[in-house]
Design a protein. Structure first.
Length: 215
């Protein structure tokens, strides 16, 4: 994991397994089943890196041999908040690492004319403001939807927010840092640019369509 040039709270993954799996889902011939499964695997691996700095505390336990001091996660519990619909593809992989995390949902779609996010759904855990929140979406393109989702969470009192994506564009990274410089961002792979339609190049196409087999 390496820092994005010039920004100390944005991280780009460099783990070989993550890069290998991202290369696989980029291929246009990768089918829905394999795409969906691999998205979950990548999310699990990025989650492993993104939780590296969670605080630990000492606890006294007893093993079958003797009493000892062990470590456990300290402080706030966690929540995973996918941005619908594509973000759903990342949830199961993360829950395999953090099975006690609660899951909220934020529904946003991108207006095809303005490329601006439009909210249509928001359902969060009641205590979400007191949790370590991981917002997830496979693609960070313009940054509009991601920034809007994080703004919604802040308006509901959430303070400890992280963002995870699989593919990011420089334009989206810049927008995220401008709007939410306090949010840690974890990116599987940083791509070249956005095209005239707001899609990431080289990207992997429409993540939602490829996860759910729709067109």
């Amino acid at each position: 994991m390496k820092q994005y040039p010039g920004i100390d709270n944005i991280y780009v993954m460099d783990h070989p397994l993550i890069q290998h799996k991202i290369g696989y889902i980029r291929r246009k011939e990768t089918g829905t089943k394999d795409f969906r499964q691999t998205i979950g695997e990548i999310a699990m691996l990025i989650c492993y890196e993104a939780t590296r700095n969670l605080e630990l505390s000492d606890v006294q336990i007893e093993t079958p041999i003797c009493k000892t001091t062990a470590k456990e996660l300290k402080g706030k519990k966690m929540a995973i908040v996918p941005i619908l619909r594509a973000g759903l593809g990342m949830v199961d992989g993360m829950l395999s690492l953090i099975p006690v995390a609660k899951v909220g949902h934020i529904g946003l779609y991108r207006d095809p004319e303005t490329l601006k996010p439009v909210e249509y759904y928001c359902k969060l855990p009641e205590d979400c403001a007191n949790r370590e929140v991981f917002v997830v979406d496979p693609m960070l393109a313009t940054g509009g939807s991601s920034c809007a989702a994080i703004t919604m969470l802040k308006e509901k009192g959430c303070k400890n927010i992280h963002f995870m994506c699989i593919i990011g564009a420089p334009e989206g990274v810049a927008e995220m840092h401008k709007a939410h410089p306090d949010v840690d961002v974890y990116i599987g792979a940083l791509d070249e640019k956005l095209n005239d339609h707001g899609y990431i190049v080289p990207g992997l196409g429409d993540a939602g369509d490829r996860i759910f087999g729709t067109k």
